[in-house]
Design a protein around this ligand. Structure first.
Ligand code: MEV
Length: 417
């Protein structure tokens, strides 16, 4: 079985890294060509995707190593501009391997569609809708023969009343199993498709017909254990738990704590072509589900005194449709992951979010994050100053100890050496 634990991956050249990924994921020569192409889509494609297009923009794409999720090894593509994130995820995944890696589970891919009905008697309209539920579901399911054939599609109708300043209104909700798609288009199509029937049944007026991005029926949950000895002992474990308690009890800290989780989640979502705004919006609403914005993860000790981390977050992702079938680099990233279902992808993204959070609070609860950041920053600066590999370490440590990290300083130190 392929092993994602690759020693000194970060020290290898780009060529070597690509070779490892190529063999890990059985990439084709064409896939490798795309990986080396420094980009993704051509302007013509971009021009067909958005309005007023003038170009394309790209981000760094890296590979997080060491991930073992539900017993399977993954090399995880992450597209993100921020230094340290990929290294942090890989480090966390390495520590988590000792106790079996990440154990994740994902709900079925249930999407929620909403139909807003006004100018109706909510109570009797609800009655009529619920009596006609089968008819409504049947009609909704005519909008996707493929899903229906797979035993998926619209599954449930429900109603809720909203009391607003403009009066009472009825919201009809459709629960739809969208399978391996993210499902926004399909959900919207079904909502629009059943709206005339809803108007006929209720005698009311339908205004909005749209999916809800608050995908609470599409959660990913999971956990991992980080051995106390690998963390440097009980004191660090205790400090990490105290750091978590800070986030659990203060929204100002919780937002930053969750931002760190989203560093991981969004980087994988970017590389696999997901709607990152939908993921972000749902995650933050979910963080407030108990009436106060709080952490999306939980940290405590297990019975052996090791650190146990848990995550629970809505995850609306797909492996088919949209940009996933179009963008050459995203297609290769999905091939590297080799996932067979949206649920599997959801588990990977959740695991990376948990890993990211672990590394962030571990660093914050011990040496702080600036030391590592500064080192990476200095390395980037030294590289832009054309410092040769043989002098790299010396130039980096001199810049850090002088407290002057700049291209000019790197060049001066190099001259002195
Ligand atoms: C930086 O991008 C993310 C962190 O601020 C997250 C955190 O504070 O937990 C390090």
């Amino acid at each position: 079985m392929a092993n994602s634990s690759i020693p000194k991956f970060h020290e290898k050249t780009r060529e070597e890294r690509i070779k490892i990924v190529e063999s890990f994921a059985a990439l084709s020569k064409e896939d490798v060509k795309i990986l080396k192409s420094d980009g993704g889509i051509f302007f013509n494609q971009a021009n067909n995707m958005v309005e007023n297009a003038i170009g394309t923009i790209s981000f760094p794409l890296g590979i997080a190593t060491n991930f073992k999720i539900n017993g399977r090894d993954y090399l995880v593509p992450m597209a993100i501009e921020e230094a340290s994130v990929i290294a942090a995820a890989s480090k966390a995944a390495k520590i988590a391997r000792k106790h079996g890696g990440f154990i994740m589970e994902s709900d079925e891919s249930y999407s929620i569609g909403q139909i807003q009905v006004v100018d109706t008697n909510v109570k009797s309209a609800t009655h009529k809708i619920m009596n006609a539920a089968d008819k409504i579901l049947k009609l909704a399911n005519t909008k996707s023969k493929t899903l229906s054939k797979m035993g998926k599609g619209a599954k449930e109708v429900s109603c809720k009343e909203l009391k607003t300043k403009s009066g009472k209104m009825l919201v009809v909700e459709l629960l739809i199993d969208v399978g391996d798609a993210m499902g926004a288009n399909l959900t919207n199509t079904m909502c629009e498709g059943i709206a005339p029937l809803i108007e006929k049944l209720t005698g009311g007026r339908v205004i909005l017909r749209i999916l809800s991005n608050y995908s609470t029926k599409r959660l990913v949950k999971g956990k991992a254990i980080f051995d106390k000895d690998d963390l440097g002992g009980t004191e660090i474990v205790d400090n990490i738990i105290l750091a978590y308690q800070f986030a659990a009890n203060d929204p100002y800290r919780a937002v930053t704590h969750n931002k760190g989780i989203m560093n991981g989640i969004i980087a994988v979502a970017n590389s696999t072509g997901q709607d990152t705004r939908a993921i972000e919006a749902a995650a933050h609403a979910y963080a407030s589900r108990n009436g106060k914005y709080a952490a999306l993860t939980e940290w405590k000790k297990d019975k052996n005194g090791n650190l146990l981390g848990k995550i629970e977050v809505p995850m609306s992702v797909g492996i088919v449709g949209g940009i996933i079938n179009v963008h050459p680099m995203i297609k290769v990233c999905n091939k590297i992951l080799g996932v067979k279902s949206a649920k599997e992808l959801s588990c990977i993204i959740g695991a990376v979010g948990l890993a990211q959070n672990f590394s962030a609070i571990r660093a914050l609860a011990s040496e702080g994050i600036q030391k590592g950041h500064m080192k990476l920053h200095a390395k980037n600066i030294a590289a832009s100053a054309d410092v040769p590999k043989s002098k790299m370490d010396e130039v980096i440590s001199r810049m850090i100890s002088d407290g002057n990290i700049s291209v000019t300083s790197a060049k001066e130190i190099l001259k002195e050496l």
